[in-house]
Ligand binder design. Sequence first.
Ligand SMILES: NC(=O)c1ccc[n+]([C@@H]2O[C@H](COP(=O)([O-])OP(=O)(O)OC[C@H]3O[C@@H](n4cnc5c(N)ncnc54)[C@H](O)[C@@H]3O)[C@@H](O)[C@H]2O)c1
Length: 432
Amino acid sequence: MEKLIDAIVRRDARCGIIGLGYVGLPLALEFARAGFRTTGIDVDRAKVDAINAGRSYIVDVDDAEIREQVAAGRLVATADFAAVRDLDTVNICVPTPLRKTKDPDLTHVVSAVNEICRYLRRGQLVILESTTYPGTTEEVVQPALEASGLRVGTDFALAFSPERIDPGNAHFNTRNIPKVVGGVTPECTRIAKTLYEQCVERVVAVSSPRVAEMVKLLENTFRSVNIGLVNEIALMSHALGIDVWEVIDAAKTKPFGFMAFYPGPGLGGHCIPIDPFYLSWKAKMNGFEPRFIELAGHINEGMPRFVVEKITDALNVHRKSVRGSHIHVLGVAYKAGVNDIRESPALNVMRLLQDKGAVLSYSDPYIPAIREDGLELDSLPLRNGWLGSVDCVVILTNHREFDYPAVARDARLVVDTRNALAGIAGDNIVRL
Ligand SMILES: NC(=O)c1ccc[n+]([C@@H]2O[C@H](COP(=O)([O-])OP(=O)(O)OC[C@H]3O[C@@H](n4cnc5c(N)ncnc54)[C@H](O)[C@@H]3O)[C@@H](O)[C@H]2O)c1
């Protein structure tokens, strides 16, 4: 193992990333920029081809960044797991979705680990980065890798390090977000920490993989529960006739003990709506009934219905029904500035409106088309004044690219779920 540490410090080690999505591609680039010869492995040939051709498919990554590393011979992508044989380190960044029953679906992790096992050799380091329940690294990954006959700690190193990337965030990226790492043995932690120290500004070692796994779930549960709380405050404020946005703006002037979270049409993305259920599943398996996670999930999942109720009431004031009304949605990505529609609450709002007979259209500069079960729409360009021809405009994602004063001016009716029209007054505006 000492040889591996030396190779890492000399940046001679060959690094591999399995799963080249929102997490894996930026990480692969960071290793390559640090001087490591880096191999990305993905089952999606389109991504492999794009990387080798110097093309990005992720908003935070420019084509030029990929081209530079590919041209320098530091980054190559492949769909062939046999590449693992020549690697010294392997980071697993594959998806960890939920089943329909909200149970963890580790299919991608298990399949990646089984592939690694076929080519595992002495002196390698394997790190799981996919978000998952506490115990996965030692209970699922370790036995699968030890099926090779090699032993963790003596023959190969194994650690968990949660990914904390925030797509679309202009300030924080793979390099300057501190990295938490916990190895199966202290030696595993030392090796994994040394690897990240080559390309991440701060590495925080913890005592075990399960602590590192729990850290990530605490962070995401914290967000889910606080968003659930503020969504409930929004529902309460609605019932009491109070503007929740004004309340939050004033509350956040408190310099300690308060952190602003904002209500919205519901939770979206690959992390916040999903990860806390990994924790609640594991807790239930151990006889513990988690309450905050379930309650926050319940409130957050109810938000699309509340938005539809707001739209219905707003149309009603205009003597219109949802059925037959033309409703135009602004923004369908799960948050501003990203081209990701996974778990987006906009899809739920749109399905509910479609079920009620609305005539739907949408604009989103990041999402050219929607082909999700039941929804088949193409993004419309926003022509000058056109919004005045629809019955209702609904702002579901507050992309910077929209001209909000023009929206408020042109639309006959706007339901704003993100406070995108803050500071603009008008009888045609209904806020969440
Ligand atoms: N997206 C985020 O903001 C974010 C932030 C923190 C943590 N995470 C976590 O990181 C993990 C990855 O998320 P992501 O957003 O990058 O997912 P993603 O879907 O963008 O990328 C995953 C990639 O893995 C590939 N893949 C799937 N199965 C594979 C296999 N068996 N072998 C090789 N490649 C395989 C897919 O083709 C895809 O390219 C998840 O556990 C997620 O919860 C995501």
